[in-house]
Every structure is written in C-alpha cells, then in structure tokens.
Design a protein around this ligand. Structure first.
Ligand code: GTP
Ligand code: MG
Length: 323
C-alpha cells in the first residue's frame, strides 16, 4: 500500500508538471474573461464558452459544461465570478464521472498497469497516424510492465519506415525485453504472428505490437491493420485483447478527428493521449474522455521512460484545478 502511495505522489507531481502549460493558458484566459465582472452573467458565460473552446475541450463537451453552469446560475443569480473556478471544477468532474468508462469501476485501483490474469499473453496492438508517439508509448509501457516483473515481448510491426524497427529495438534494449523483427519492408502480419507465437511459447505476460502510422493510402493502412489482427488470431483466437489508439494531444482538434476516423475504420478499445507536456492543448483530454465511448487509458506527459501514466479522470481534474 505504502509503495503505491509513494508512486501516486510521484505520479501526481509529474501530472501537475505535465499540465502546467495547459493550466497557465486556461486560467489566464479565464482571468481575462471575468475581469471587471463580479457576477456570472450571460456575458461571462459567453466568454467562458470561448475560453473552453479555445482550450481544445471541443464544442460538444463545452456546450454540456456551459449548460450545466447556466442551470446553476439560474438558481443563483448572484453567483460571483470568484466562484467560477470551483463551479467549473465541480461541473467538469461530474460530467466526466457521468460516463462510466473507467476501467475498473468495481474495485479500488492500486496500480493501474495491471494485466488481466486470464489472458496470457495479453496482446496489445498499437495504432495511430505517424509521429503521434506510438513507438515511444510502447517503450514506456514495456518499461512499466517489466518493472512489475511481467515478461514482455515487443513486435516491430512498423516495417514501412527505415528507422522504425531500430527505434523499437532501442527501446527493447533499454528496457531489457525481446523485440521480434523481420526488418524493413517485410510483412507486418508475419511479424505480429511471430511475436504472439514467441510470447505464447515463452509463457510471457504481454506482447505489444507496433504498427505503421502511414502507408501509401489510408485504405491500405486500415486493410493492413485488419490483416495483422486476422493473422495473429491464428495463434490466439481472441487477440488482440487491446487495440490502443495513440493520439497526439498537442494537435488539439486533430486528435478528435483522428479518434473519429480510426474508431470508424477499425475496432479501437483504448486510447492513449501523448505529448500533454509542452502544449496548452491539454483540454483535449477532457473532451475526448467525455465524447468517446472508448476509455482514455494512458496519457503521455514527457519523453522520458517514466512519463507515461494511466489516466484517471478525477486525478486529472484535481491536477488541472490545483492552484
Ligand atoms: N514531449 C513529449 N514527447 C513525446 C511524448 N510521446 C512521444 N513523444 C515524442 O514524439 C516523437 C514521435 O514519437 P514516436 O514514438 O516515434 O511516434 P510514432 O507514432 O511511433 O511515429 P511513426 O513511427 O513515425 O509512426 C518522438 O520524438 C517522441 O520522443 C510525450 O508524451 N511527450
Ligand atoms: Mg513508430
């Protein structure tokens, strides 16, 4: 218990730091929106709406938040602007807890990098457009599982780009886990097959498959993902157990668009939102977490090996509104 308590303190600090730019930008906009105003009136609500939209929370989620605050204002006409932070925090928190996509709603989560015990090896296929942070996220994930004594196998399924295989091998070496690779321009589904086979043979706990972010066309890409799935199912019929879509949080609205497109074209079961550090667009996490039926499972808050966290809505809101 104490051990995880310690981890969560570190986790919190990393999260606070990772969200700094987003918070700074959000609260300075909010400050400007209410300057010279003592009560939350129509005009303040309009300003607030623009602040939320320009903070990449997304139109749909912004409208929901504004509607909730309007209801409160209707009850309390003299609500002070000094209370706006608190009210926003409460409404965003309750909005996010409304959709119960939380991964383990039925029990206390001590350590989120847990793997389901009844699926061994647990097969994770990582997808997303190029440059969003797939390979880095795989390396970080491998490190977390490895740290917890799990046997990890990586599959270098991005055979499209020259440096992709080497990049994954580098992560494999760093973490100390095997990487299955056939080199560049080989069939990615054969790599996936071998990686799942190898993991099964060595009774590994988890296998993570990297995939290409870019092919000649989008249709090619989606067909390839389908083929990779089909081929790995020859080894493990219910694989992949997780299709993790990686989105670059610093692209703001683009991340929404990619999430929409990918979830239409292929089955996605979890989301990872990366690069929240160094961007003021961290509000996307709130919007994406609200709008997609698929849980945001991980967030990337830096380039270092430990800068991947499991996403917890309440921790996120806490950190966001912490002064
Ligand atoms: N600051 C920051 N940088 C990140 C994060 N995650 C990934 N990156 C950086 O983003 C860049 C691209 O990451 P990759 O992991 O290569 O992305 P990819 O999706 O595998 O890209 P392709 O292989 O080209 O499809 C690298 O420079 C990473 O270090 C993060 O959470 N924060
Ligand atoms: Mg890559």
């Amino acid at each position: 218990m104490a051990l995880f308590g310690l981890f969560s303190k570190e986790k919190k600090e990393t999260l606070d730091k990772g969200l700094e730019k987003t918070k700074d930008s959000f609260f300075s906009k909010l400050g400007r929106a209410v300057v010279g105003k003592s009560t939350v009136d129509e005009e303040v609500l309009d300003e607030l709406e623009s602040v939320l939209i320009s903070s990449d929370v997304g139109v749909e989620t912004t409208v929901k938040i504004i509607r909730r605050i309007e209801e409160r204002v209707a009850r309390d006409k003299y609500m002070g602007t000094s209370e706006l932070d608190r009210i926003l925090r409460e409404e965003i928190a309750s909005l996010l807890s409304d959709n119960t996509t939380s991964r383990t709603p039925d029990r206390e989560v001590l350590d989120d990098f847990e793997l389901p015990a009844n699926k061994k090896p647990y097969v994770i296929m990582v997808v997303g457009v190029n440059g969003v942070g797939k390979t880095t996220t795989i390396g970080k994930l491998a490190a977390q599982f490895h740290k917890r004594g799990k046997q990890v196998v990586l599959g270098a399924g991005d055979t499209f780009r020259a440096a992709a295989v080497d990049q994954l091998k580098l992560w494999g070496d760093r973490v100390g886990v095997p990487v299955i690779s056939h080199g560049m321009n080989t069939d990615p589904s054969a790599v996936a097959y071998d990686a799942v086979k190898k993991a099964t043979d060595m009774n590994a706990d988890v296998v993570i498959i990297d995939t290409a972010g870019r092919l000649h066309t989008k249709v090619n890409l989606m067909n390839e993902l389908t083929k990779i799935k089909r081929v790995m199912q020859k080894v493990t019929p219910d694989a992949p157990h997780e299709v993790l879509l990686v989105l670059d949080g610093s692209t703001g609205q683009n991340a929404f668009i990619q999430a929409t497109e990918f979830t239409k074209a292929t089955e996605v079961t979890a989301l990872a939102i990366t690069k929240l550090d160094g961007t003021a667009k961290g509000g996307v996490v709130i919007g994406i977490s609200d709008q997609f039926k698929i849980p945001v499972k991980y967030i990337g808050v830096g380039e270092k090996i430990d800068d991947l966290q499991t996403f917890n809505k309440m921790e996120f809101v806490d950190s966001f509104f912490k002064k």
